[in-house]
Design a protein around this ligand. Structure first.
Ligand code: EPZ
Length: 419
């Protein structure tokens, strides 16, 4: 298994090109199941999760070709309607094929995704929403067996603004008979990006970015050329890389409006963040201050930036509290940050950080995508050598992270010690 070797203590200085958003590209790839016409997606990041999504599209019957960050999806065979366990267990976002398959075929057989490191992550909101649209749901042999004579538009009130449930239901509604209104819908930029792609395919949608989205079902959808938005979590992660190493980083191809809350708290802490030609420049100009954050649904502080924020707060003198309100078990990185010498106390949903201890390099293990990012950030700040194990977690969501960091002066390399 690959690992990262880092020698910390160097300032990150230079320019990084931000890749397309993983969490926008995934639903957009699955939305191509809604039509047999050719679709082209640009700015698709080259990541393991994208590879799995493409494999799943092919298993379902699509033909897919890829040239760097451009993916072209065309009609292959008739859709098969079954998403197998071996793919779904590797990437839970595979459940997003349910909406398109129900819309196209009136049936879907998708493996239950199971939990993951950060929580149980059930899909009950997705299934309850499908039932409102006339779908019969059975669970057998670890699979969701869903079927309907015809998908009907409905008013669906989500108990929680779930990103995945909103995306799945939007795609189902695209070909349902009549209007669907999703209340308490998620408002994330990735939802808006999917909605824009569906509108480009001919689906009338109102309320994108608000908590009430109205979709008017149509009989067929056309193909589309769609460019995926920049990855706001990669952007935030690199902003923190500049902060934690007292560096000076210019990020190209970003959309700061997608992570306003992160930019605000970083500026409040003292990082200089200025818009420049084609991007943004993040510069450490003075001692940073510890800032309390609580994760929240968009437009609040993203849960996907929580681990990275704790890594930064660990090196800033002073006390602060980070509250995780979205997932029930998203502090696995804290145990690993202890190994660097971080002083953090966990109390239920809160992590209390007494920052300012000098981190020293060590070996640590990534448990999930964003925890892994936090450990890389700690390794960049720590004195001496660090080894980050299980970087396959990072490869799921960060395109060439070590290459981008090395180009900005970090002493980081990927190794694969054969045991
Ligand atoms: C998406 O996951 C993202 N993944 C996650 O990013 C992100 O952390 C999350 O949204 C929150 O922003 C993708 O977009 C591929 P949710 P999703 O449904 O859709 C509970 C990353 O690092 N819930 O908004 O699964 C759930 O357990 C990943 O890129 C139910 O209880 O998130 C969680 O506590 C990690 N029942 C909360 O809601 C449901 O049916 C938010 O989940 C659905 C969700």
């Amino acid at each position: 298994m690959d690992q990262f070797e880092i020698v910390g203590g160097r300032k990150i200085k230079g320019t990084v090109k931000i890749s397309g958003s993983k969490n926008a590209a995934l639903p957009c790839l699955f939305a191509t199941l809604l039509t047999d016409e050719p679709c082209q997606l640009d700015h698709v990041p080259q990541l393991d999760d994208i590879d799995i999504a493409i494999k799943l599209l092919v298993v379902l019957g699509k033909q897919v070709t890829r040239d760097r960050d451009q993916v072209v999806i065309t009609h292959g065979t008739n859709l098969t309607g079954k998403a197998p366990y071996e793919l779904v267990r590797r990437m839970r976002a595979s459940v997003l094929v349910m909406g398109p398959l129900l819309a196209r075929m009136g049936r879907a057989r998708v493996s239950l995704p199971g939990g993951c490191a950060i929580g149980a992550r059930p899909i009950n909101y997705h299934l309850e929403g499908f039932k409102r649209m006339g779908v019969k749901i059975e669970i057998e042999e670890g699979y969701v067996k869903a079927g309907c004579d015809s998908l009907k538009g409905a008013v669906i009130s989500l108990p929680y603004p779930s990103v995945g449930a909103t995306e799945n239901l939007m795609m189902a509604a695209a070909l349902a008979k009549g209007e669907t209104v999703i209340q308490k819908a998620a408002r994330e930029p990735e939802i808006v990006d999917l909605g824009r792609m569906l509108m480009g395919m001919g689906v009338p949608i109102e309320g994108l970015g608000s908590s009430r989205i109205k979709i008017t079902g149509v009989s067929t959808l056309s193909g589309v050329n769609h460019r995926v938005i920049p990855d706001r979590i990669e952007t935030g992660t690199f902003l923190i890389a500049a902060a934690v190493t007292k560096g000076d980083l210019t990020l190209k191809g970003v959309d700061l409006s997608h992570l306003d809350d992160v930019v605000q708290v970083l500026r409040k802490s003292g990082l200089s963040i200025k818009e420049v030609e084609g991007g943004v420049r993040a510069r450490w100009v003075k001692k940073l201050k510890p800032i309390d954050v609580a994760t929240a649904v968009y437009p609040g502080f993203p849960t996907d930036m929580q681990a990275q924020w704790i890594a930064l707060m660990s090196v800033i003198p002073g006390r602060c509290r980070v509250r995780e309100t979205v997932f029930e078990n998203r502090f696995l990185h804290v145990q690993e940050l202890f190994r660097f010498g971080a002083d953090i106390h966990l109390d239920g949903r809160d992590a209390i950080i007494h920052g300012g201890t000098h981190l020293s390099g060590c070996s640590v293990m990534a448990s999930d995508l964003r925890a892994g990012a936090a450990l890389v950030l700690a390794g960049l700040a720590a004195k001496g050598k660090s080894t980050i194990l299980r970087v396959y977690h990072l490869d799921r969501g960060y395109e060439q992270m070590e290459v981008k960091l090395r180009k900005c002066g970090a002493q980081i390399r990927r190794t694969n010690p054969v045991k």
